[in-house]
Design a protein around this ligand. Structure first.
Ligand code: FAD
Length: 436
């Protein structure tokens, strides 16, 4: 007879410690078989065979398996369509329940609904838990139960709702002998899932850089300094626990805590207003007469617009998969306002390149820069790249690092004149709003 077990399905929570869904699986009374599924539908959509995110996931999955083998268990890794893989697994094992953590992206929610419906036909419950945020769904809403649209008010309520319980960690380590004991499973190499390693990509550490965070409020806007945490990638794939980060943020720096709240704000917006994935939050911007000049877009992507701060940012992104937040804002604003290119083109380019890419954060920030989003910068605020340089990269340290030819004859002339482009943007936005 088969041993009754439960499955714990790792997704955006690639860690053994302080993991909500894993804790509930380990305390379910059944041995836990941990699984990870490389989702064929997602992986086959990626345009490059050298994708830093996939490489990061692969490394994290391998590390999880090593840790599990130290506990005489192993991570069962499969490649395919999640529903089909789970159909096979419930035939192979006496599965009593499937445990996982919530994922709030529309495609993931649809996937989970389909899987839960299938499991139900087999009499197997699917239990999912809040793990990647402190507050989710309807936990932070206005008095009348409707979602916030303004960050300041959301943040105030978030802070007022935060309690010791909401940031307490899950003591998974105490139950680690509840994993199913097994001989190691055969894992999958990067090549077996259709990818190859990039020699140039490097991943930041998963520890909070405490000394940096203590002065975050003073250094976060200076792109030439390592003044931010670089934890975006770890938050995205759950190789750190947000509860632990919030604990540290409370001790280290309130401004940095505010950034973690921005992250949850945009997740909440995507959850309550799923149309933002494809359309402006404010639908009156739906018919903006974007110019969408493909040559200009290619120059923006390549970092050859003739605006040094924009170009430095795009080159940093292309070379490393990271771009400093201040520069992300300037580069995004430039694409949308100076070049009048649909923010969704830029959003898609960032989605392809950013190691810390997250649908909710990327979309929310692009819409913020484009002026189409909730609580966005008003459309008449047009970042001036030169003024931003004077303020945040006065000595041009960041610019010279990424655009060494700046100031020489080989550096291109500006693609558009700032004053003219600003004027054109204001007129276009105003006209679009008045006819909406
Ligand atoms: P820190 O400054 O140390 O902040 C800590 C964490 O807080 C970040 O890792 C992130 O999880 C969160 N955070 C910080 N700022 C924001 C913000 N404005 N909105 C939401 N969360 C935030 N962030 C992403 O995580 N994924 C994206 O795809 C993404 N796309 C962006 C696109 C544009 C156009 C802009 C302007 C910003 C975008 N951001 C995105 C937000 C921000 O730029 C990054 O989170 C930050 O630069 C990552 O660096 P860090 O990890 O050192 O962050």
């Amino acid at each position: 007879m088969q041993v009754p077990i439960v499955l714990f399905w790792f997704r955006r929570d690639l860690r053994l410690t302080d993991n909500a869904g894993l804790y509930h699986a380990l305390t379910s009374g059944f041995p836990v078989l941990p699984i990870f599924l490389y989702d064929e539908d997602i992986l086959t959509q990626l345009s490059s065979k050298q994708d830093g995110r996939v490489q990061f996931i692969h490394g994290s999955v391998t590390a999880l398996d090593t840790q599990l083998q130290e506990l005489q268990s192993s991570l069962l890794v499969r490649y395919g369509k999640p529903l089909e893989v789970l159909e096979e697994l419930v035939q192979q094992y006496a599965v009593q329940a499937v445990y996982a953590n919530h994922d709030y992206e529309p495609a993931a929610m649809k996937r989970d609904q389909e899987i839960a419906a299938f499991l139900e036909t087999k009499g197997i419950p699917m239990h999912t838990f809040k793990d990647q945020v402190i507050f989710e769904k309807n936990e932070i809403v206005k008095e009348d139960g409707t979602p916030y649209r303004v960050f300041g008010a959301y943040k105030k309520k978030w802070l007022a709702t935060l309690s010791d319980a909401s940031r307490a960690s899950y003591p998974t380590a105490r139950f680690q002998d509840h994993f199913l004991k097994t001989v190691p499973f055969r894992s999958l190499s990067l090549e077996e899932i259709g990818f190859e390693a990039s020699q140039t990509v490097s991943f930041p550490a998963s520890l909070v850089p405490e000394e940096i965070i203590k002065t975050y409020d003073q250094t976060r806007d200076l792109p030439f300094l390592a003044g931010t945490s670089r934890l975006g990638l770890h938050l995205r794939f759950g190789t750190v626990s947000v509860r632990q980060l919030v604990q540290q943020a409370l001790q280290l720096n309130a401004v940095w805590l505010g950034e973690l709240i921005w992250r949850e704000f945009f997740m909440m917006i995507l959850f309550h207003f799923p149309h933002v994935e494809h359309r402006p939050f404010h639908l009156e911007y739906e018919h903006m007469p974007w110019l969408n000049n493909e040559d200009h877009f290619a120059r923006w992507c390549a970092g050859t617009t003739g605006y040094p701060l924009v170009d430095a940012g795009m080159r940093e992104l292309n070379a490393t998969g990271f771009m400093h937040n201040r520069v992300r804002m300037v580069a995004a604003s430039f694409l949308v306002k100076h070049l009048l290119i649909d923010y969704r083109w830029g959003e898609a380019y960032f989605a392809q390149k950013l190691l810390d890419y997250d649908l909710a954060a990327n979309n929310g920030n692009w819409q913020w820069c484009a002026g189409t989003g909730c609580d966005a910068a008003p459309y008449f605020r047009v970042f001036n790249p030169e003024a931003q340089t004077k303020k945040f990269d006065k000595q041009q340290e960041y610019i010279r690092k990424w655009v060494p030819e700046v100031g020489t004859a080989s550096y291109p002339a500006p693609l558009v004149d700032h004053a003219l482009a600003r004027d054109r943007a204001l007129k276009t936005y105003k006209a679009a709003l008045s006819t909406a």
